[in-house]
Design a protein around this ligand. Sequence first.
Ligand code: NAD
Ligand code: IPM
Ligand code: MN
Length: 350
Amino acid sequence: MKINFTYLPGDGIGPEIGSAALLVLGAAAQKFGHSLDIEKHLIGGIAIDEVGTPLPVETLASAKKTKAILLGAVGGPKWDHLKGVDRPELGGLLPLRKTLQLYANVRPAKPYAALLDASPIKPEYLEGVDFVIMRELTGGIYFGNKGRDNLGAYDECRYSDAEVRRIAVRAFDLARTRRGKVTSVDKSNVLETSRLWREVVNDVAKDYPDVELEHTLVDAMAMHMLSRGKDFDVILTENMFGDILTDEAAMLCGSMGVIPSASLGAGKLGLFEPIHGSAPDIAGQGLANPIAMILSAAWMLRSSFDLEEEASTIELAVETALNANQCTSDIGGTLSTHEVGDMIASYVGS
Ligand code: NAD
Ligand code: IPM
Ligand code: MN
């Protein structure tokens, strides 16, 4: 089949990890008799530099008509002086997610056996960890009114009943396919949006008597994730809490560079991207770990194109490389970004 997708490498390490992922996708396409039809477009800082806006109309048009989007990362120090929607994040990535209504951001955390030593957390706290964070992605404080006035600055946090309901339904549906437990994370001892969150989640839970539900406050959750991560199955939370907790979860797995994500909406369209950013501190040096991007590409094949065998072949190839310590320095290896991509592509092809 023709695998047609929109490719948005973006900034910093985005193009480096993107090239490695395309190498792996190419190997999978060749092995299984598919062809890649890649529409490459600008987003973020590079788009500001080249055409003066972080989300060019051509990029959005391509994203609106495609089945899948593979994205590297946006942002970096070069554009940090910019304000509001002139920024790569607020004017590029966030409106892409919002316009396409990709409200469900799924971020898994399951440490690889080969990476137990790469994590700063002791191995006994990592064994058995296997959870997924279901992060609400198109609401909350990210999208409320923000600004400055004579008193200072403000960011409004809003959630509608419907926004909470649809992400909660997704979390419960996912839990049914896993170990049947949802941990909803909020700050309902302080925030009114969290009180609504808890009410709606309790209401949705009535339709899932087979799924266990618990509520946890976000500050305690930051601790529980490290001290008893194996107790969690599906962690359901709002946009900003999910952003923070997923970076923490990445460290259970050894590095930001190994966690992929899918952002999904009501239809088949998905946006697939690593959870990490553009890593300006290591950009351009061949140090970036491409695994999160490669796993995002595999997820794209499975979710948007129903190519299950192709996806699992890539995932197995990643594991083979990790077991042989063929990886970048963030997880204890000596290979470059490109070498890791090459190695994983060769395992896919073999
Ligand atoms: P970051 O995720 O880019 O980097 C955090 C740390 O993790 C850095 O030390 C970095 O070197 C390391 N790291 C990240 N990805 C790695 C990889 N693949 N391999 C090895 N190490 C990796 O976060 P930051 O430094 O806070 O942000 C940098 C820029 O990225 C900011 O402009 C931010 O807005 C942007 N950002 C974008 C996205 C996105 O596009 N989805 C996500 C997060 C941050
Ligand atoms: C992420 C990033 C983004 C977010 C930024 C770049 C807007 O941190 O995808 O985790 O906060 O959603
Ligand atoms: Mn983040």
